[in-house]
Design a protein around this ligand. Structure first.
Ligand code: GLC
Ligand code: GLC
Length: 651
């Protein structure tokens, strides 16, 4: 948009740019800056316009983008241009992701390179390598307490390794995802250390207070993230003799985005990683970016403005790079991380679909799909050029943050129902074989979350220890059922670490004093590659899970109806154990797939009558894409075995 004030400001900024920047060939940079400058200026002004140094900071912002552009390799710039031309490229069904630890899935980054063959074998072409940056030993929050945003932790490798991995991935059309931990730094980060020595400039990078007056006001409305191990949102620093805001652990200091320097520093870091060849940046804990007294300090409007500004700036320098929002918040809130009042995504293009994840676990625990239907129905339609990351497990706990209203509509009382889920998944009932661990129970609120590996949560650990073949088969079916959904739902499926080879809970974290109080480590195991070889041996659990997943992934990639263009229609089929939806090709709607999944352990029936008016009418033509056979039928009903799913098309 052309607008006089921002345009004349832009001209004066361009005049003031450092000579070494002016001398470069910045053609693409200028066209993009021109296109985005009005938005960038308005956002920066809304956030920081009241400050005396506004113009100086605005100049620094433009210099940061220009410097990032100058440092971008020709190869990456070519990719930017390609992606601009094919701007919906990431909505394709061809992408299948996996999240893993460089020192858990492999020994380190160099060794991860040796494992690229495994990704190709399974069909993974988007890899999220969990945090690899420098963190203090024992105070790392699994890599999310960073003491240097540009230095790789020497225990896993160095920057050269990452550049090489990015290059090797790119050759094979595998996308690289890395984290940017925007919300906080370690208390050992240089900025925090300078703050501790009394440097006011750096104290302004954080929320630091002389006394309890303001912290107490904040606390009135702020929930606790880790109530058991890190209660309260402020930590006393005895060297400074001041209080510091620490929403997560006491050693994770929250960055203060009301300071434009913080914004510019973090943008610089984003561009630095974009320029190492990272395709997608996972922006950690974005819901927390803005703090305001009287609010929960989550999902604040200014947090969204910061993300929009980051997106607009990143588009100028590295438009091919996408953002993932890690905002594990209520459905109505999560959708806003694509951008409010917009048609196409203008904050993050991708967001974790934590709602679907939690709903799937509800389905497993209740063996019915009442809340699943209600929750999916309430999932707002997402924007164009935006997509979900659909996942079953990740490195974090499972929280049951569905809408209370949805729980009630499904016929439950919210508090009791959440308690039931925690009890079920932690195996409290005889009828439950789940081996989850309770995470961060909060006595004051009654909340609790669940940890555990996929395989252990669906009962495989118990079934194997009882050597009960029937239960083993049911547990495997549950694993496949859940993946049958995330692979067909619409969005990028993100598998986790050892799930394709059914890795169980790993209790060894209790031997490590720095991990013992955080049972998320139970599902962050070291992969045993000798055991993983069993995926090639017929009859083993590893083989049964791995070959099935591999096949599902290969099929997904061929089915254009599985791409994500708001092309899903939920179908009510009058059986509370079934989840049923239609996916259709958005360009050729007659190309459809009927997905039906049985969340019960018993046989269930899908009444063909219920498919009237869906375009699927001739049973005789049905074929399951996954098994290649016709579904079993009796009396006008399709039969589904316990935990079976179908991807049906008409042949
Ligand atoms: C392909 C590539 C991706 C590229 C896109 C643009 O899908 O894998 O990296 O950006 O095409 O056309
Ligand atoms: C995110 C991460 C989680 C971490 C937290 C604080 O939620 O996924 O593992 O503890 O941020 O950085």
């Amino acid at each position: 948009m052309y607008e006089q004030i921002s345009h004349s400001l832009l001209n004066s900024i361009l005049d003031d740019l450092k000579p070494e920047i002016r001398r470069q060939d910045l053609r693409h940079f200028y066209t993009r800056l021109g296109a985005n400058f009005y938005a960038i200026h308005s956002l920066f002004f809304t956030l920081y316009g009241h400050r005396d140094d506004f113009k100086v900071q605005m100049l620094r912002l433009v210099e940061t983008m220009a410097k990032g552009y100058i440092d971008r390799s020709r190869e990456l710039e070519q990719l930017d241009i390609q992606r601009e031309q094919d701007h919906n490229w990431f909505l394709s069904q061809k992408w299948v992701g996996m999240a893993l630890y460089s020192n858990g899935f492999a020994e380190n980054l160099a060794d991860l390179e040796n494992k690229i063959g495994y990704f190709q074998e399974l069909g993974i072409n988007m890899v999220h390598i969990m945090p690899i940056l420098k963190c203090p030993i024992g105070k790392s929050d699994g890599g999310y307490a960073i003491s240097d945003f540009r230095e790789v932790d020497e225990r896993v490798g160095d920057l050269e390794d990452i550049r090489r991995i990015a290059y090797e991935f790119r050759k094979r059309d595998i996308l690289l995802v890395l984290d940017i931990v925007l919300n906080h730094t370690s208390d050992e980060h240089e900025w925090a250390r300078k703050a501790i020595t009394g440097d006011r400039n750096f104290q302004d990078y954080y929320y630091i207070f002389e006394n309890r007056e303001i912290p107490d006001m904040f606390e009135e409305n702020m929930p606790e993230v880790f109530p058991e191990t890190a209660p309260s949102n402020f930590t006393w620093n005895s060297e400074m003799e001041k209080w510091v805001m620490t929403v997560f652990h006491s050693y994770q200091w929250d960055l203060n985005y009301s300071n434009p320097r913080v914004f510019i520093e973090m943008l610089d870091i984003i561009l630095f990683w974009a320029n190492q060849g990272v395709d997608i940046l996972r922006l950690d804990a974005v819901a927390f970016l803005w703090k305001k007294i009287g609010s929960s300090c989550q999902n604040e409007r200014n947090a969204h403005l910061i993300l929009q500004l980051m997106k607009d700036c990143c588009q100028v320098t590295a438009p091919g790079v996408l953002f993932i929002a890690e905002a594990i918040v209520a459905p109505v809130e999560v959708i806003k991380y694509f951008g409010e009042d917009a048609i196409a995504a203008k904050e993050c293009e991708i967001a974790y679909n934590a709602t679907l994840m939690a709903l799937l676990w509800d389905g497993i625990a209740t063996k019915n799909t009442k809340l699943l239907y209600q929750g999916i129905k309430s999932l707002p339609n997402k924007l164009e050029r935006a997509t979900w990351l659909n996942y079953v497990r990740c490195h974090d706990d499972i929280g049951f943050g569905f809408d209370d209203y949805d729980i009630q509509v499904a016929g439950y009382e919210p508090r009791t129902h959440r308690k039931f889920l925690v009890d079920y998944l932690s195996g409290k009932f005889d009828s439950s074989l789940s081996k989850g661990l309770i995470f961060m129970p909060n006595e004051a609120t009654g909340d609790a979350r669940i940890c555990g590996s996929l395989a252990s949560l669906v009962g495989l650990e118990s079934a194997l220890s009882d050597a009960d073949e029937r239960l083993i088969a049911l547990a495997i079916n549950r694993i496949l059922l859940l993946h049958g959904i995330i692979l067909s739902f619409g969005g990028i499926p993100l598998m986790y670490n050892g799930d394709a080879i059914a890795v169980l809970n790993d209790y060894s974290y209790t031997d490590d004093p720095s991990k013992i109080n955080d049972n998320r480590w139970v599902h962050r195991p070291k992969i045993d590659w000798e055991k993983a070889e069993l995926r090639k041996k017929q009859g083993t659990v590893e083989y049964r899970v791995f070959t099935a997943m591999k096949k599902m992934i290969a099929i997904r990639k061929e089915i254009s109806a599985f791409a994500d263009f708001n092309n899903r229609e939920l179908l009510h089929v009058g059986n509370e154990h079934l989840l049923c939806y239609i996916r259709f090709n958005h360009e050729r709607p007659s190309e459809k797939v009927l997905v039906v999944a049985n969340f019960d352990a018993n046989l269930q029936y899908l009444d063909l009558d219920k498919l009237r008016n869906t375009g699927f009418n001739t049973y005789s033509k049905f074929v399951d894409l996954y098994s290649g056979i016709k579904p079993l039928q009796s009396d006008g009903r399709i039969i589904l075995e316990g935990y079976q799913f179908y991807w049906l098309t008409e042949s």
